[in-house]
Write a protein that binds this ligand. Structure first.
Ligand code: IMP
Ligand code: MG
Length: 191
């Protein structure tokens, strides 16, 4: 497999990510089976990054679910988190008295999730839980509780499996570290 020149190294392969999603889906299904009387849980994906993880996760869930998506802006075309997220697309269905599971690609500062969690509680959700494929614990700025975590990683910028840098690389089936210096110098016009 030939890697794009700005990709430094692969951190998690497609197979590893698939296995992890399966394991999380199993644990999550077991949890809700015990407490939710077989009523549907609202899986709420945060676009755009959630797509591959959400798809993998929901295929392995063994409880009834419905799906929803939100678009919350938190980053521009750079790697610095903005602190005031904005809702660009909100949940469509009535979530009053429902169990909601927010599905995230990665938790960095935690500001996005903190904001989304408050928003969902204000809309009357019975309970809001969080699952993320990736977590950067060292970067946390809020004490948001993450209920299920795929992998903890150190503080470096990664792409693939839904994650982008300047909207690129979301389609990679693996998660990789990019060389930001090379990214900035790369001739994107004449690719
Ligand atoms: P938070 O509000 O700082 O927790 O931001 C979370 C969001 O930032 C994620 O949903 C991603 O969209 C983005 N993000 C954080 N770290 C990375 C990264 O290493 N690569 C790509 N996107 C990231
Ligand atoms: Mg995201």
């Amino acid at each position: 497999m030939s890697l794009h020149p700005v990709i430094e190294k692969i951190l998690f392969t497609e197979k590893q990510l698939d296995n992890k999603a399966k394991e999380l889906a199993k644990n999550i299904s077991e949890y809700y089976k015990k407490i939710n009387n077989n009523k549907p849980v609202v899986l709420l994906g945060l676009l755009k990054g959630c797509v591959p993880f959400m798809a993998n996760l929901m295929r392995h869930m063994t409880i009834p679910v419905t799906t929803e998506y939100m678009v919350v802006s938190s980053y521009g075309n750079n790697s610095v988190s903005s602190k005031t997220p904005q809702i660009l697309l909100d949940v469509n269905q009535d979530i009053f008295d429902k169990h909601v599971l927010v599905v995230e690609d990665i938790i960095d500062s935690g500001n996005t999730l903190d904001f989304v969690q408050n928003h969902l509680k204000n809309r009357g959700a019975k309970d809001v839980k969080l699952v993320t494929m990736l977590n950067k614990p060292d970067r946390r700025e809020t004490d948001v509780k993450v209920d299920w975590i795929g992998e903890n990683i150190a503080d470096y910028f990664i792409v693939g499996y839904g994650l982008d840098y300047a909207q690129r690389f979301r389609n990679l089936p693996y998660i990789a570290k990019i060389d930001l210096d090379k990214f900035n110098k790369y001739d994107w016009e004449n690719e």
